[in-house]
Design a protein around this ligand. Structure first.
Ligand SMILES: [Mn+2]
Length: 249
């Protein structure tokens, strides 16, 4: 297997938008992606909000089999799903959403054992892919790829050391999956450019909504493709920093 560590393509949050994923992939092939030789990193958040999560995950598993050198990161939506499917848990911060599952509906479903029923309906291969075949982060010489972000002012070396020693593991994992403004506004030099998803450019200081976030120390790839925003699915070719934008179809 040829692995050219210097040539990496990264794809932002997909959120069940299958058509856009395939259209973006066509753009990457036209742009020169060689799937056999190049690494493609998917930044996480494959599911939820868009209508075709299952088709997206089927496709990712297909690619994972064909191109074992491609990287699939773990996103906060995979984490929420895992927490629900394995423990029936919900995130407290989500309670503000006025929807059934987030307002105690999980308990109702549990009383009918629907959680177990749902789990049995989802192909084991999908659960295995989402929870066991994904990574929290991925590094090359020049870049670190992570779904949410990194802790402000903490070096990559210290981050990895802490994870290994299981010190502050929860704080670090939480930042990697959920980081927001504190990370994006941080000008700290991690020594590698951080390629992340999770937060679209929605505030004027980060750029136009739906565009990539471009900063000296980081690049944001969440183009807010999913409903209700329906903006863009973004990919980047590195190290050229050439962007590929697929609008919502
Ligand atoms: Mn997301």
């Amino acid at each position: 297997m040829i692995k050219n560590n210097n040539k990496v393509w990264a794809v932002g949050d997909i959120h069940g938008c299958y058509q856009e994923l395939m259209a973006l992939y066509e753009q990457l092939l036209v742009g020169g992606l060689n799937p056999e030789k190049h690494i493609v990193v998917f930044i996480g958040d494959y599911m939820d909000r868009g209508s075709e999560s299952k088709k997206v995950i089927d496709q990712l598993i297909k690619w994972h089999k064909h191109y074992p050198h491609w990287i699939f990161l773990y996103g906060n939506h995979e984490d929420i799903f895992r927490n629900w499917i394995e423990n029936g848990q919900k995130y407290e911060e989500s309670q503000r959403w006025s929807c059934f599952l987030y307002n105690g509906g999980v308990e109702t479903l549990k009383s009918y054992k629907i959680q177990e029923a749902v789990k049995s309906l989802i192909p084991k291969e999908h659960l295995n892919f989402l929870f066991n075949e994904t990574k929290l982060f991925y590094e090359t010489d020049k870049y670190i790829f992570v779904h949410g972000g990194l802790l402000p002012n903490v070096s990559i070396k210290d981050t990895k050391y802490s994870l290994k020693k299981k010190e502050n593991k929860e704080t670090i994992t939480n930042a990697m999956l959920w980081a927001r403004d504190d990370f994006i506004d941080d000008e700290y030099d991690w020594g590698k450019k951080v390629i992340f998803g999770h937060t679209p450019a929605s505030k004027s200081r980060w750029g136009k909504f739906g565009d990539p976030i471009l900063m000296k120390n980081k690049i944001g790839l969440d183009g807010a493709i999913c409903p209700p925003a329906c903006k863009n699915l973004i990919a980047v070719e590195l190290p050229e920093e050439r962007f590929y934008i697929q609008q919502h179809l």
